[in-house]
Design a protein. Structure first.
Lengths: 273, 660
């Protein structure tokens, strides 16, 4: 297992990690006078689970928003599949195969689980709005095909029993799973998870961890996640980026990061004398 | 009545399958909801899959006489795997899917299964765990081939002796020229005496025992009982109970094959209620707790509904309770009542049955334990033909069952067709039937002690036939039944069950063997009584205080007196009325050894531990001070001190049966 090999390597548990899929080069993001991200570079490899960690306010979510195209950095370049990505709208980024979940669940509360997950297929629907509204002609066949994809995701995440339940009535842990389902329905190449386990109990965390691993394993989906639970991060991820005050202070395997003095200082604090 | 000749060559499950293909080839045989859609297979399609599967098994080396363990939730592929195994001359052994590896280790080793068919990764993991951790030094793993249905998560496993079911079927199809003749020959060898299935009894006492059931057992039983209830092709069942349970094998395999009705498998355990509603089975089985749970849900939702709906529900449920059971039994009812019931059916019962998924139920059964009379009559009053049966694995389920129109909550019906039942002197129920099991696998001692040379099998339950109706009533486990001082029958469980039907009573222990009268310990149900106390403004600070509250005592006294009245109505058991009782100051608990882990009261332990209280009940005191040692969950011990009130309950005079 040579993690430095640019063409890829095989992990200890037998997963194939490929070459670089996405590369962030010297990203700087400012909101007025506040620098949220300062000169950060890192890469995400094909097939890996990449964690971004750091104390509150470190700029992790901003980083995820840069990847998803929601924020356009003032400086720096985003490279995706070997070419530089111009400034894009989020929906254009989504069309490139990047899907995400949100730190604060962003589902349509009044709609059923099924309808929510169907929205994950929106970027891939070709027929026009009128045809879809009338459910006529090509739209009919198209919806059936999309529904099939969605049902596979429902089966995968084991949420058949709440298929027709309005999301507003679901407990928090299931909502999180539905959000993951919606992201998966888009069949992403890169999946961004913003604190997928925040506020969950141990059992829900275990379930979610298993689903994340299964997604990565079954579909070969590359995953970038932000998470606060160190146990989860260390167990799940192949490589970890550590941020603090908008700067990168560490990058490497969980073991390397764990022993990095700058990281320890950031988390435990350091005396200023 | 022992049928020795199979009907026109229909002497095995595969033979029945072939007949169904010929008679109902294009009708649905199996359905399973997957990806949100009911997928269905006709008899012809199922047959093609099963044959390919059987040839695939042969390609993997399945021999005559091999045991094939089948583990997983109810899925068509697993039912097919059992038939495919039979076709190859092998014996299917379905196992409980929720068993842990340690429990599976015994069974797998005992039957020496060479093949295991697993539903999914979870079950495969258990098999691998059995081999790596639960076999002793001198045991060598028997499993040579693992076949799994659901491919999820299985990619990285060592596949040197593992195959996906889809691949096995594909291989069987590809190799059909090679195996077709051999398969036909092996299937033709099956007759009434060959083993159809082996089922392990759950084994509350000691190790599980493998019950060997022959084709005669299964097919004769299926035929007799299907005729009894007029089951036919076109009926629908929902297969959701464990495949390792004999009932599921009879309903979803035996009777389905005999009649050619359709077996529907739910999408997952969690969607069972939704799937039930979508399928609308015509033939349905559930243990009492399922019916109880559904009734509770209905009641809670009605409490939350609007005032008009609640009023409508109450009004028409009163009508249903009054005349519903009579209408169902075809007894005469006044025209006004008929009209009220008809209206109620449109406004309340119909929609309610639809919501519950019972709109089309023609025959429904419950068994396994006593069902509360209120629960039972609730469903009957809605017009659902819910009945009771009594049976066990060794009988291929059926010993007695209730005929249409003769249904009551307190009997288990008349002997099933072809079954002889006799009551021994000590009250124990014996039966002999075409469904009586062949033997316990590798256990001749147990076989001999259970089944005598003439074929009579002891059930271990005590009961009696009602003189006027000829219906069997089960009163208790035979070993718990005793005699009172005056020689009358003492059946504690019978009385305890009646007490426990009250929501406020969690547990009851009745004493009285060799005594002049019966007494009882009562445990209140903290949820139910606490809720009641809240509604009635009764303040309490602990379980102990609530249990000794005069109002609670008053309520429980009322319940005990009511039970006495109903016990007195029974001439055989009128001696079991509870004269004196007390409410225990602590809940009986498994940690204190007073109950088993499956929450069955250990009568002897309770009697010894609280001997001072038992003495006081018989000593005529009205109060007693007691100290009890308790064990906390972390193993520490403590003591509770309490002064308990001993109460007298009203005793009804024994009723004489009117001479007929």
């Amino acid at each position: 297992m040579n993690i430095q090999n640019p063409d890829g390597y095989t992990t200890a548990d037998g997963r194939e990690i490929g070459g670089v899929m996405m590369e962030m080069k010297n990203i700087t993001l400012r909101f007025g006078g506040v620098a949220a991200i300062t000169d950060i570079s890192f890469d995400i490899r094909q097939g890996e689970i990449r964690a971004i960690i750091g104390p509150n306010g470190a700029g992790k979510s901003s980083m995820l928003n840069v990847i998803s195209g929601f924020y356009v950095p003032q400086e720096g370049e985003v490279w995706f599949h070997g070419s530089r990505r111009p400034a894009m709208k989020p929906y254009q980024v989504a069309a490139q195969g990047i899907a995400r979940t949100f730190q604060n669940i962003a589902l349509f509360e009044g709609m059923t689980v099924l309808d929510n997950i169907m929205t994950g297929r929106l970027t891939q629907m070709k027929s026009g709005m009128l045809a879809q509204a009338l459910w006529w002609g090509k739209a009919q066949a198209e919806e059936t095909a999309h529904r099939e994809k969605v049902e596979k995701v429902i089966d995968f995440l084991e949420i058949q029993h709440i298929r027709k339940t309005p999301v507003g009535r679901l407990p928090y842990g299931l909502k999180k799973r539905v959000e993951l389902a919606r992201a998966l329905a888009a069949e992403p190449k890169l999946l961004l998870l913003d604190e997928p386990m925040a506020g969950m109990n141990v059992e829900e965390k275990e379930d979610m961890s298993r689903f994340i691993l299964d997604v990565n394993d079954e579909f070969g989906t590359t995953i970038a996640l932000i998470e606060h639970d160190m146990g989860v991060v260390m167990d799940l991820s192949d490589r970890v980026v550590v941020m603090d005050y908008g700067k990168k202070i560490g990058d490497g395997t969980p073991d390397e990061v764990r022993n990095n003095q700058a990281v320890i200082d950031a988390y435990l604090g350091v005396s200023h004398d | 009545m022992k049928a020795t000749q199979a009907q026109a060559g229909l002497a095995s499950i595969p033979a029945l399958l072939a007949r169904n293909v010929a008679q109902h080839g294009s009708k649905p045989a199996y359905r399973e909801k997957e990806f949100g859609i009911w997928q269905s297979w006709t008899w012809a399609q199922a047959d093609a899959e099963i044959r390919a599967m059987a040839m695939g098994f042969m390609a993997l080396g399945l021999n005559r006489g091999d045991y094939v363990a089948v583990i997983g939730r109810n899925r068509p592929q697993l039912y097919w795997a059992m038939v495919a195994a039979q076709m190859c001359g092998a014996i299917p052994v379905p196992l409980y899917q929720d068993a842990v590896a340690q429990e599976m280790a015994f069974v797998l080793d005992h039957c020496g299964a060479r093949f295991v068919v697993c539903g999914d990764q979870e079950q495969v993991d258990k098999i691998l765990e059995v081999e790596s951790e639960w076999l002793t030094e001198d045991q060598k793993p028997s499993v040579e081939q693992i076949v799994y249905v659901d491919k999820r998560g299985m990619r990285k496993y060592d596949h040197s002796r593992m195959n996906a079911m889809a691949d096995v079927i594909a291989e069987g199809q590809a190799a059909h020229h090679r195996f077709e003749a051999e398969l036909t020959a092996r299937t033709a060898e099956l007759d009434y005496n060959s083993t159809c299935v082996m089922l392990y009894t759950s084994g509350t006492t000691g190790k599980p025992k493998g019950v060997v059931l022959s084709n005669r057992n299964i097919i004769e039983t299926s035929k007799n009982t299907a005729d009894f209830d007029h089951l036919r092709a076109g009926d629908e069942v929902l297969a959701y109970l464990p495949m390792a349970w004999v009932g599921d094998f009879i309903f979803s395999m035996g009777q389905a094959m005999w009649t050619g009705f359709c077996v529907n498998c739910p999408e997952s355990a969690a969607t069972m209620m939704t799937d039930l509603r979508e399928i609308g089975p015509t033939y349905y089985f559930a243990p009492p707790r399922v019916f109880e749970g559904q009734l509770t849900n209905v009641m809670i939702r009605m409490e939350d509904s609007g005032r008009f709906k609640k009023w409508l529900f109450d009004k028409y449920m009163a009508v249903a309770r009054r005349v519903g059971p009579d209408i169902l039994d075809g007894k005469p009812v006044s025209a006004a009542d008929k009209f009220a019931y008809w209206l109620g059916d449109i406004l309340v019962y119909g929609p309610l049955k639809n919501t519950l998924g019972f709109s089309r139920v023609r025959v429904g059964y419950t068994a396994g334990e006593a069902i509360g009379p209120e629960i039972f009559s609730f469903y009957r009053s809605l017009g659902i033909n819910l009945k009771q049966l009594y049976g066990q694995t060794e009988a291929s389920v059926f010993i007695t069952q209730q005929p249409d129109g003769q249904v009551r909550a307190d009997t288990v019906g008349v002997p099933s067709p072809g079954v002889e039942v006799k009551i021994a002197d000590n009250g124990e129920v014996f039966y002999r039937s075409p469904g009586t099991f062949e033997s316990y696998y590798k256990n001749p001692e147990s076989t001999a002690s259970t089944k005598d040379p003439e074929g009579w099998v002891a059930t271990g339950d005590a009961g009696f036939f009602e003189e006027d109706t000829g219906h069997l009533r089960i009163i208790d486990r035979a070993k718990d039944v005793g005699k009172m001082a005056d020689g009358s029958l003492f059946a504690p469980k019978y009385v305890e069950n009646k007490l426990k039907f009250y929501p406020s009573i969690l547990e009851a222990v009745v004493f009285g063997a060799s005594r002049d009268f019966c007494t009882a310990f009562i445990n209140i149900d903290l949820n139910a009584v606490g809720n009641w106390a809240e509604r009635n403004n009764i303040a309490y600070s602990s379980y102990q205080e609530l249990s000794q509250h005069p109002r609670v005592l008053e309520m429980i006294t009322g319940h005990v007196s009511e039970v006495n009245e109903s016990v007195a109505a029974d001439p055989m058991l009128s001696g079991c009325q509870v004269h004196r009782f007390l409410i225990l100051h602590k809940e009986l608990d498994a940690d204190d050894g007073e109950m088993t882990r499956t929450r069955k009261v250990r009568r002897k332990v309770v009697e010894d531990k609280f001997s001072d209280l038992v003495g006081a009940l018989y000593g005529g005191k009205s109060e007693i001070y007691t100290e009890t040692e308790v064990t906390y969950e972390d193993g520490r011990k403590g003591a509770i001190k309490a002064t308990l009130t001993l109460a007298d309950a009203a005793v009804a005079p024994a009723q004489k049966v009117a001479a007929e």
